[in-house]
Design a protein around this ligand. Structure first.
Ligand SMILES: [Ca+2]
Length: 277
């Protein structure tokens, strides 16, 4: 009962904090960084209307995926580069593998699990938690909040906005690059923390790699939501915090990756193996 009361108080506090923010005033910093068994750093994200969760500060890297892929007999690089060409299905399988591994090792409890963020959770991470209705479908919310980017309201992007298709890419994409933005990254190169952190301590919500979410973009399809743009992104509309795109669950691309969340489940959720999306 005490734990439930504490959770309710924390949830209420998170809701109150989220209600105060706008796209120009990022969410209030909360708890510190927690590091898991793979060296992934996670920070707490207040989720409007739900329990707070922990989200990885950066996109999942090749070194994080390597032990999972090797457990399947695959060769895998172990660099600190954000891992591209990861399908939604592989990302989910990785989260399940990591959940089992850390439960068995006692790193996380039986009521905790890793998964992809929901579309609404990703919105809370980028500061839109109180500006969108959690229950609306992702497609209906896509691009609906004008002039609001992960870095603020300015265009062109300011320094530190992230790994986008800036002037460094003009030789590779001469017809389409952001002429008045430099990210300092050669075209096609990926590195973690290419953006400045937001107030929660999250990096690269804009650019670097598109990030898979749990949700379907449209009912009746296998299209899953992608958020945040990538190193190929040039258009303001694509980089809006509220923009969503989608691809099939098995799709792999050099501009698509993911980040994990760690969620606290109530005891009666602990045996659930799949989420109802
Ligand atoms: Ca990203």
């Amino acid at each position: 009962m005490v734990a439930l009361l504490a959770t309710a108080l924390r949830t209420g506090l998170a809701w109150a904090l989220a209600a105060l923010v706008s796209c120009t005033l990022a969410p209030t910093p909360r708890a510190g960084v927690w590091v898991n068994s793979l060296g992934m750093e996670l920070v707490e994200v207040p989720v409007a209307g739900d329990r707070p969760l922990r989200m990885a500060c950066v996109e999942t890297q090749e070194r994080h995926l390597a032990p999972f892929r090797r457990s399947l007999g695959q060769s895998a690089p172990a660099s600190a580069r954000p891992a591209a060409r990861v399908s939604w299905m592989e990302a989910r399988a990785f989260c399940d593998w990591l959940t089992q591994r850390e439960r068995q090792a006692g790193v996380i409890g039986p009521g905790q699990r890793y998964r992809l963020p929901t579309d609404h959770e990703w919105s809370c991470a980028v500061g839109l938690g109180d500006l969108e209705k959690a229950g609306d479908l992702p497609e209906a919310k896509s691009g609906r909040i004008a002039g609001c980017f992960p870095w603020g309201e300015t265009w062109p992007p300011p320094a530190g906005a992230g790994n986008l298709c800036g002037r460094e890419s003009r030789r590779d994409f001469p017809e389409s690059f952001i002429s008045d933005y430099r990210d300092g990254m050669p075209c096609g190169r990926l590195a973690a923390r290419a953006s400045a952190p937001n107030a929660l301590g999250l990096f690269d919500l804009s650019g670097s790699l598109w990030e898979w979410c749990e949700d379907r973009y449209r009912e009746g399809t296998d299209w899953r939501v992608l958020r945040g743009g990538s190193w190929k992104s040039i258009r303001p509309q694509t980089l809006l915090s509220s923009h969503r795109t989608h691809d099939p669950e098995g799709y792999r691309s050099d501009s698509v990756g993911f980040r994990c969340v760690l969620v606290e489940e109530f005891p009666w959720d602990a045996e659930r193996e799949t989420l109802n999306f």
